[in-house]
Design a protein. Sequence first.
Length: 433
Amino acid sequence: MKKTALFVLALCGVAGTFAGRVSAQNPDQVSVAKAGAQVDGAAVEAIKTPAAKTDSTAAEVEALRKRVEEIERQNQQLLETLSELKGRLDAMNRPVVASVVTATASTSTQLAGSAQPVADASQAPAQAGQSDKNAPVRWSEIIGEGNRLKFYGFLRLDMLFDSQRPNNAQSILFITSPDPRVGNSDGNFTMHPRLTRFGINYTGPRIAKLGDAKLSGQLETDFQNGGSESRQIIRIRHAYLKLDWNQFSVLGGQTWDIVSPLFPTVNNDSLQWNAGNVGDRRPQFRAAYEPKAGRGKFSFIGGFGLTGAIDSADLDANGVRDGEESSRPNIQARVGFAHPLGGKDRTASIGVSGFYGFLRTARPIGGRTDFHSKLVNVDFTLPVLARLVFRGEGWWGRNMSDIRGGAGQGITSNGLEIRGRGGWGEANIKLSK
């Protein structure tokens, strides 16, 4: 009995000693003991906690650590994907705003939202592709660096009333005779928007491989090309490209004839053609040399164009225009000089120009198959005052129907080339600046 009591007392003493040692540990030491850093703490924890519970806690900690590493890896992949998408969008000149949300909550919150960034990352390329399809077209994608387009034009409505019927109600060249034996005395009225105009002036870069030539061009259209009055057909007025080396230039396309560079200030479509004014628009290739001479400037222009572009002459009615059947283009040239007279927009000029065309028929017309079109023209501009300018042209030639001369008459049915001469003049008075 005494031995038993002594054993109990000894056991109590040992227990008290261990209790004192445990109570003497500070919180940091307890935390270290849980992590297994100190031997004594581990021994105490082993006494207080069963071995099975310790193994379970360590496994949970290890699982959480691996889960956090997985989340960090996924977030890193998401950031890389967003960075790649932003780089692609920036390359296409599209501003993109991207926001990345970083998870800073507890481990359980990170675990709950860990799957969402992965899904967003997988959907990002598809959304970017859809955005590319719906993106508006930018000028930088159409026009390269150094190119510029300038649009111009106007909307127009013409109303025409004639007491005597003209040859054409809209493009009037002459009035029919009131003599009832050859015509009638009926007038007419019409209105149309066909002369509504739209144009593009193109300015391009300098081309180093062509001697630093400056590239430019023009496209101008209206709707005076047939069709019904509510279904008008578009017409090309000008369509050309030009290379300019300061004083020398070349041009290819459709624009005004070299011959007869002036036309009356008349606000309609016919410009007094076949009634004194000659020259029209046609496909051509030309070269110009315009050197300066003091304050003035000389102009030497030469080129060739399509014969028959205006009158479409086909004397033998074989379906081929006679100008094309000749296998040669027409030849045009002009020599001129211009000099300023002091004020702005006050430049006097004078010039002499010529036109020579070739025509051929498959069968003889009046005993011949070869014909020619000839014209010599003189033009002048003289600003007398700041608001008063005299200008005009005079010409003579033969077979000029393709240049709007000779009242539209070219070759007779017996093969004679019709001669003609004419001109026009006007005084321009500016009422306001």
